[in-house]
Design a protein around this ligand. Structure first.
Ligand code: DGL
Length: 253
């Protein structure tokens, strides 16, 4: 069997990465995907960089044993903390994610950009570099605790959190864009859209990541164009978290 038929390993600390997985399956329906939710070690976003690297290494080791042909880090936090380390250690292609600040900067008029992400993502050097390039008018908005509300399917809790965070701002009329810089928050997009004034654009990275994956696979001659298409879920968490992942996958973001 050629490497083209091997699965693509995708992981996150939980169900957030499924928003990215949905985009990838949409544009690469013939591929086999193996999604791993590291629920036992969630959240990543309030840990230290070294702790996240430690967790990520274990996940990647597991995925490599499954003979993956490429790795997608469907998590902004893990990308910021560990993508460079993984790229230096692995021979397969590694596709990471970053908050969609560049597209937001293109939609900006003269106002502000709010970057919602985990505390760890916003503390990374990688994010500072992104800010230096596209961060004019951008403000970091750390959201500790928000991923847990998504993981717990607590819509009312998430709504209250976001209302406090966003609607409490006096400068909302001067905000041009909101960046959803954590894959979990993508599931809150309809809620955030309904909450915010219409002039505010919302950007996130799932489509861009899926397109990047397709480009990389094509470049490496690893595209599977006639496979049956398949998605397998695995987790370090409970059987319930596995069910939650499958349920989330079946529900479009
Ligand atoms: N979904 C992850 C991200 O994109 C992080 C959630 C967490 O574990 O804190 O940043």
């Amino acid at each position: 069997m050629s490497a083209r038929q091997d699965p693509i390993g995708v992981f996150d600390s939980g169900i957030g990465g499924i928003s990215t997985l949905q985009s990838m399956v949409r544009i690469l329906p013939k591929e086999r995907f193996l999604f791993y939710g590291d629920v036992a070690n969630a959240p990543y976003g309030t840990k230290r960089t070294e702790e996240v690297i430690f967790c990520v290494r274990k996940v990647v080791q597991h995925l490599l044993e499954r003979r993956i042909k490429a790795l997608v880090i469907a998590c902004n936090t893990a990308t910021g903390a560990a993508a460079a380390v993984l790229r230096s250690e692995l021979t397969i292609p590694v596709i990471g994610m970053e908050p969609a600040l560049k597209p937001a900067s293109e939609l900006r008029h003269d106002g502000k950009i709010l970057v919602l992400a985990t505390p760890l993502t916003l503390k990374q050097e990688k994010f500072e570099r992104l800010m230096a390039l596209y961060g004019r008018g951008a403000e970091k908005v750390p959201c500790p605790g928000l991923m847990e509300l998504v993981e717990g399917e607590d819509d009312e809790g998430a709504r209250a959190y976001l209302e406090r965070l966003l609607l409490g701002r006096k400068d909302l009329d001067r905000v041009d864009a909101v960046v959803l810089g954590c894959t979990h928050y993508v599931f809150l997009k309809p809620m955030i859209r309904a909450m915010l004034p219409e002039h505010i654009a919302i950007t996130e990275g799932s489509e861009g990541t899926a397109r990047q994956l397709r480009r990389v696979l094509a470049r490496e001659d690893l595209l599977n164009e006639d496979g049956p298409g398949e998605v397998i879920f695995e987790t370090s968490g409970s059987p319930e978290s596995l069910e939650l992942m499958k349920r989330r996958m079946a529900r479009e973001a």
